[in-house]
Design a protein around this ligand. Structure first.
Ligand SMILES: NC(=O)C[C@H](N)C(=O)O
Length: 328
């Protein structure tokens, strides 16, 4: 018998369409009535189901992510669970999944899923994705692979998956590396192992960590606007291989002089930001200035990583090393 903790947090997977077609949260999550999957698991599955939140995922916050992490740790400590399934809105799903990936030990399977269509819409994908997520969490092989995201018959790592389409059910993709597993009719098939990373333990989360996106003709105004005593860190989605318009540099130098850590990723959704170019605003200069290059993560995940690292008290070289590596 395996015990899986199911935590519903809201999102389209628990919403329904009104007569006009607009999607709204339900007072009663339709998935709460869908916990009878025993037949599929030969009665070797026990689900502990809880609605921890009923929120559209744009309402998710790092504080709520921490509450979710704490609930999972309690399940491990006191309820002897073998795995966890989290249902979540897709808009910020990758951020919650990555937060959990950084802050939970990889001892049990943790699987996050969602849906692109409401519970009462034609072609609704919620119940199907939920069932696939339970299959995955139930599978022995899902352990030790970090937090997983299961949607549309694919298994992705929380580290690298991203939402790529506004409405398509095949929205979750892992651009640089691809999925690590596929769900077939009767099996969860894994094709890749994951490099282990250390757990970053935190008991609170800080605010004031921002994400700014670079664009042609950008100047320093947006950077100066966040040069505040309440700012703890900034992630920049830079251009191409990791470059910025030179007009941004004076304001960025000011931020660094105020000891605000600045992390750089690329706004390209594929590849790794590096110090390749040696011209004004090029990566070589940015690195010399003290900007931390974060390899392989997108902007929203690099922000979660910086926020977790700062909440853990990391600074200086320790912070640089932790944020620089996608798997430290
Ligand atoms: N498909 C979804 O779940 C999108 C929804 N807006 C949410 O994230 O809550």
């Amino acid at each position: 018998m395996k015990k899986i903790l199911v935590l519903h947090t809201g999102g389209t997977i628990s919403m329904s369409a009104t007569a006009s077609g607009a999607l709204q949260p339900n007072a009663e999550n339709p998935l709460m009535a869908q916990d009878d999957l025993q037949g599929l698991f030969d009665h070797k599955l026990q689900l502990i189901t809880e609605e921890i939140f009923n929120l559209p995922s744009p309402h998710m916050t790092p504080q709520r992510m921490l509450a979710l992490r704490d609930r999972i740790l309690r399940g491990e400590r006191e309820e002897d669970i073998d795995g966890v399934v989290i249902t979540h809105g897709t808009d910020t799903l990758e951020e919650t999944a990555y937060f959990l990936d950084l802050t939970l030990p990889s001892t049990i399977s943790v699987v996050v899923t969602g849906a692109m269509r409401g519970a009462n819409e034609i072609g609704s994908d919620g119940l199907y994705n939920f069932q696939s997520a339970v299959w995955t969490a139930y599978s022995d092989e899902a352990r030790g692979k970090g937090v997983l995201v299961v949607m549309n018959d694919e298994v992705h790592t929380a580290r690298f998956v991203t939402k790529t389409h506004t409405t398509n059910v095949a929205t979750f993709r892992t651009p640089t590396f691809g999925p690590i597993g596929l769900i077939s009719k009767h099996h969860v098939n894994f094709f890749q192992e994951l490099i282990q990373q250390t757990v970053c333990d935190i008991d609170h989360v800080i605010n004031g960590v921002y994400l700014l996106k670079a664009f042609a003709g950008m100047d320093g105004d947006l950077f100066s606007a966040v040069d505040l005593p309440t700012t703890h860190g900034i992630v920049i989605e830079a251009l191409g291989a990791g470059n910025l318009p030179p007009e941004t540099l004076p304001a960025i130098r000011q931020l660094l002089a105020h000891h605000i850590p600045i992390v750089l990723v690329s706004r390209c959704f594929n590849g790794i930001a590096e110090d390749v170019y040696d011209y004004a605003g090029g990566g070589v200069e940015l690195k010399k200035m003290g900007i931390i290059f974060c390899r392989g993560l997108n902007g929203q995940k690099a922000r979660i990583k910086l926020l977790v690292a700062l909440s853990n008290g990391k600074q200086g070289d320790e912070l640089r090393h932790y944020v620089n590596n996608a798997v430290s």
